[in-house]
Design a protein around this ligand. Structure first.
Ligand code: PLP
Length: 395
């Protein structure tokens, strides 16, 4: 009998994409919607990046190209990581892929056996447990709690490690909380990984979007070089979501495995986009610092505005571009709050359970939207809050 493979029934979609679909449908019906659901910068790459893509196309750079990526991009990435993250990596250890998600998927596929346990943050990026389950491995969430400023709790994680634990996933700055893991926490995580001989999958996609301080990659800690796979890409730090380019920095044997994944799936990433990415890394237009400075202004304004909404409480995120709002004070569920915001106020946001059970009392808003949009959104949210204030009074 023809059937869909059973792994598909254990994988899950993304809350952000389903809210986006409903918001788009409402827009098509003539409603005014402010989109704060997707994690997408409202910036575009600078003119030098566009010019590099155009030039590459004009020069006929639209062919099959090296599986792990063109040497120019891998070398530029090694220099960029040294400059911005103070880590020394060889271009040979970098594999280019069509997006961070793709390389995340392939790295997990290359490293996990069925039954292996994978520690990952809850709330966190929905792909971590979904891919784990799809590979027949076992997701083991560790909670990021407001009591702990959303930092991983080392004791809790240590208690969850068993003989089957194979991988620890870290994500700093984190989606959806915006937490930048402290040096002490990362050092502790690295020690646990060494002690229990774990792979560390360090999702550093928001590394450039931090609001102060130096970024500390997991690769900087003792014993990490041979066990860490960094996942990063151009979607967030370079506002290139639709270009679909990501990369992994991995120990030699893992890079070989990732290239094998590439051979068996996407073959190579579009050559001309890779030339554009070389230019993005050089950042002659200063796009990334300008964008981060703008996000920083919006963060101040938006978090302040949200904290004035009755029943909302939001800690100031240290990185990424998400407001992670504790809505327990509203007396309503996060799903109800999001429904009111979308249907009554035309503001699209995501109920926190989309990022794992520990997110159930939270709502995620992206502040990668214009100041005018954020101001209008705050006013609309304030007005809509009458709905839950009414329900509180009625109790
Ligand atoms: N990892 C995290 C933590 C993310 O938030 C996202 C996107 O939202 C991704 C990975 C996927 O990035 P990409 O668009 O490059 O596939």
């Amino acid at each position: 009998m023809r059937s869909i493979a059973s792994r598909m029934s254990v994988m899950s979609g993304e809350g952000a994409l389903s809210v986006y679909a409903r918001a788009k449908q409402m827009e098509a019906e003539g409603r005014s919607i402010i989109h704060l659901e997707l994690g997408e910068p409202d910036f575009h790459p600078g003119p030098s990046v566009i010019a590099a893509a155009t030039k590459a196309l004009e020069e006929g750079k639209d062919r099959y190209c090296p599986v792990a990526g063109i040497p120019e991009l891998r070398q530029e990435l090694a220099a960029y990581l040294q400059r911005t993250r103070n880590i020394t990596v060889s271009a040979d250890n970098i594999v280019i892929a069509p997006g961070c998600k793709a390389i995340l998927f392939f790295a997990m596929m290359a490293l996990l056996e069925p039954g292996d346990e994978v520690l990952f943050p809850d709330p966190g990026f929905p792909g971590y447990p979904s891919i784990t389950l799809g590979l027949g491995a076992v997701p083991v969430p560790f909670e990021l709690s407001p009591r702990n400023q959303f930092q991983p709790d080392l004791k809790d994680i240590a208690a969850k490690i068993t003989r089957r634990t194979r991988m620890l996933i870290t994500n700093s700055p984190g989606n959806p909380t915006g937490t930048v893991y402290t040096d002490a926490v990362q050092r502790g995580l690295a020690e646990l990984a060494v002690e229990h001989d774990l792979w560390v999958l360090s999702d550093e996609i928001y590394a450039r979007i931090i609001y102060g301080g130096e970024y500390l990659s997991m690769l900087r800690y003792p014993g990490m070089a041979e066990r860490t796979v960094i996942i990063d890409g151009f979607s967030k730090s370079f506002a290139m979501t639709g270009w679909r380019i990501g990369y992994a920095v991995a120990p030699p044997e893992v890079s070989v495995a990732l290239s094998m994944m590439a051979v068996n799936s996407y073959t190579c990433v579009a050559e001309f986009t890779q030339y554009a990415c070389v230019e993005a890394l050089r950042d002659l237009d200063g796009t990334t610092p300008k964008m981060v400075a703008e996000f920083s202004r919006r963060r101040e304004q938006f978090i302040h505005g949200l904290n004035r909404v009755p029943g909302f409480h939001c800690q100031t995120p240290e990185g990424a571009f998400y407001a992670w709002v504790d809505i327990r004070g509203t007396g309503a569920s996060a799903e109800e709050v999001c429904r009111i915001l979308l249907e009554d106020a035309g503001v699209a946001a995501i109920p926190g359970a989309a990022f794992g059970p520990a997110g159930k009392d939270f709502v995620r808003f992206s502040f990668a939207s214009s100041v005018a949009n954020l101001k209008e959104a705050t006013q609309r949210i304030m007005k809509a809050s009458a709905a839950w204030q009414g329900s509180l009074v009625a109790r």
